[in-house]
Every structure is written in C-alpha cells, then in structure tokens.
Write a protein that binds this ligand. Sequence first.
Ligand code: BES
Ligand code: ZN
Ligand code: ZN
Length: 502
Amino acid sequence: MKVMLQKDKLEAFPSEAVVAFHFEGDEKFLRETEAIDKASGGLISEVIQAGDFQGELYQTSLIYTKGAIPAKRILLIGLGKRRDFHLDKWRGTASKAARFLRDQGVKGFSLCPYLGGERKISLEDFCQGLVEGIYLGLYEFNEFKTEEREKIKEVEAIHLVTPDEKRISRIQKAVEAAEIISKAVYLARNLVSRPANRKTPSMLAQVAKEVAENNGLRCEILNTEEMEKLGMGALLAVASGSHESPKFIILEYKPPKSRLDTVVVIGKAITFDSGGLSLKPSENMDKMKHDMGGGAAAIGVMQATSQLKLPLHLVALIPATENLPSGSAYRPGDILNSLSGKTIEVISTDAEGRLILADALAYSHRTKPKAIIDLATLTGACIIALGENVTGMMGNDDELKARVRRASDRTGEKVWELPLWEEYEEQLKSEVADIKNVGGRPAGTITGGVFLKKFAGEYPWVHLDIAGPVWAEKDKPYIPKGATGVGVRLVVQLLRDWKVGS
Ligand code: BES
Ligand code: ZN
Ligand code: ZN
C-alpha cells in the first residue's frame, strides 16, 4: 500500500472513491464536503435530505457519482457529535472508511487528511492520526493462508489531497512519522500473530538481527553458555524445560551525539507459555503464543525509534524462551540464583515472566539508564482488574509514570496505574530464599509489579502489564481482532516527547 500526498482540489481529483466527512447535527458541511457536494450538483445534500444519513459516528453511505465529479464514488462517513469528537475517533473514522472501501473491492481512494476549521486537534495530529487509522485498521494476518489468496482484497493507493501549498511540508512529515510507526506496529502484530513453532527464541533473534541490519542498530544475542557465565539463573531455569535454546536479545540504537539520555525497553518474550510443570488448563492454551507481545513491541519500538532518528540512546533487552514441562524442567519449590544476586523461591513455574524479567532488569543496570520501561503479558489478574483494553501501569518514579500517562492520552493506548504500596511486599516473603515468585491470589497484578520492583533497584522504572490489550478478542474501530501491537505507539510517543519537560 502506498500513501501519496497530492497538491490539488479534492473535488477535482480523479479516483475510485473520495471520502467526505460529516458531523452529526451540523447544519453546515465541512469545507471539503461542501466542495464535493457543490461540484457534484448536490449529491451529498440529497442523501441527507432523504434522511438516509445523519452523520452518526462511523455511519456510512456510498454514493455513485455517474461522472458528476472525477471520482467514481463518494463515501460519506459520520464523525458523530462535534462536542464528543476527539483524536481517537478520528483514527477510528479513517480506519472504518478504509475498511469499508477495501471490502467493496476499491483499490484506491482519495481524501483530505485533516478537517478544515476544527481547532481542537493540530494539523500534525490530524494527518498522523488519519494515516495511522488507515494502516492499523487495514491490517490482516495472511502469512499462512495458501488457498484462495486471490480473494484477499487489498487497498493499493491512498491519495491525500490538499490545495494547501503552505502546509504541505508539515503534512508530509506527519505522514512519514505515521508510516514509520504503523509499520513498527505491523512488525509487532505479525510476530504476535505467528504461532509458537514459527517464532522460537532463535527465530525471534533472527528477526531482531534483520531489523538491526536494516536500521543500523547494534544487535547482540546471548546464548545459553553466555547466560550461564553471567549468572542468569532465573532466565535459564525457565528455559530448562524446552529443547529450544533461550536467547537474550540486545538491540542498541545510539545516534552519533554525545551525552544522550539512555532509556532501556525490556520486553517479555515467552514464545510459548504452557505454564511449565504448573501446567495451564488446555482450554485457550493456544493463546499463550502471544506471551512474547512485550518482546515484539520492544523490537517494533527499536525499528521506529531508529527510523524517526530520535535524539536518545535506546537499548532493548528481550529475554526469549519457551516455558514447557519436561524431565529437565524447573520445579515448584526450586530456589534460583538470579543475576542480581538475589535468590528466588519458585512457587509456580507459571509465574515465569517475572523470572526472566528479573534477570533482564539486573542486566539493564549496566547501561546506567535514565529510565527503564518493561512491557510484559505478566498476569491474567490484570485482565480481571482492568479488562481487555487497558494496560496496567506500576512503577517507582512519578515523573516517568506521568510521561507514560501523557503518551497514553496522545495515542489512545489506555493505561491505568495500580499502586505498589509496601504492605504488598509481605505477600512475597519466602522462608527459604530472598523472595518468592508468587504472592497468592489477592492483588495478583500488583504483586507481580512488587516482585519486579525489587530487581529494578534505584533506577526510574515503569512496568506495563499488557496481558489484556496484547490481543483483541473483538474488532475495534482501528484494531482488527487478533494481535494488536500494543505498546509500540505508546512507547514511541513517550520517546518522541522525551525532551519535553526533561
Ligand atoms: N503469561 C501469563 C499471563 C497471562 C495470562 C497473559 C492470560 C495473558 C492472558 C503469565 O505467565 C502467567 O501465567 N501468570 C500467572 C501468574 C500466577 C501464577 C501468579 C497468572 O496470571 O495466572
Ligand atoms: Zn505463565
Ligand atoms: Zn507468561
């Protein structure tokens, strides 16, 4: 798919379809809609006067122009009530329009990338939001379908049309950023969608290598031996049940400028979580291929950050392994020596995410980071607490949490904070080791966070539990059912805003 910017009048631009927007309850048309209506001899007015279209959010009406304007069709789409409108609905509208036309078999369409006269949203946000909405909404995972491939419908060309010479370079920049970010989300979604036999830790490491080669990143993959030498006893214990060897993936982006802040992004990458000897029930176990969603997002963030050439030093740490039961698997009751020096008593082998993250957190201290952000599908309890759309946030630094909140507001990736009060530490006290890996059923997400906090040390750190939003059970306006790529847009936005307020 190609997105092209054209300096022209939208109503005079030839295409298979032109998209026109309308607010519910507005007497007047938006500027571009008005121009299309006029040029077509009132085709839009006719539909509205007939009572067929009110402008409700995502309501659509397809009009054939029969040569009245150069575009073959007009897709009229509703924006809902003006006072309820915001950026996330704009992304949704762009996606709904693109999906409607794709499903019609339309291969190319044109539209203006912003709403004239709308002041609440900046020109950049409009353009980025539109292009992101289109990309993210049109995503499909077809890698493994070999039959009837000719039936797969794809949009080939999108023309962003504006006569506004003065603003074209600002628009161009926003569009480029949107494409970079959307492609990074695609990368994460593709990895999460793939089944566990097609994304073993070695395969994931290979993908990381390729991303590094294509984007000028440093890539280092630690193998079992190297992890043994370092003393990553927690990660190695989780890996011990599988024939697949674990990989500790390190990606580094360092632009040639001195004194840049270092930020570390850690992504949990359990390529399949069976629970290990604390085996999960078989129902829905297939879903546990998405237990590497944090790692996938971290790879996506690295790709986008380097392509956007952001002025900071970014390191991604991705501990990757399977969690399987076998004769060599680690056991409940085992005591592990983690890289930090702390010993961990294993209560459940299914609380494996925090074990691999403990070693990654300890490793991250080498870089003396200004911030550590971990992304992990850590607890089922987070879905119970916050639902499937919301990321649980915990951390030890108010400023960093505020940055996450701001990025959340800007991107629409919802985040809600849970507390890490000292009282919870009681639940993780072990009689035989420094800490145990499970604190019982109450506050299951929080005790996961409390465990990680012990390994984050004194560095500003935030933990994002993405167990809910990593996978969409239902279609959302611009997130098709399935892998969402959650975390990529959120963290990239945080990094783009890094200098602001620091
Ligand atoms: N990967 C799971 C968490 C998970 C569950 C993610 C459902 C997405 C959907 C994690 O490794 C796990 O099994 N956590 C346990 C923790 C418990 C043993 C303390 C859980 O949530 O039950
Ligand atoms: Zn688990
Ligand atoms: Zn897990």
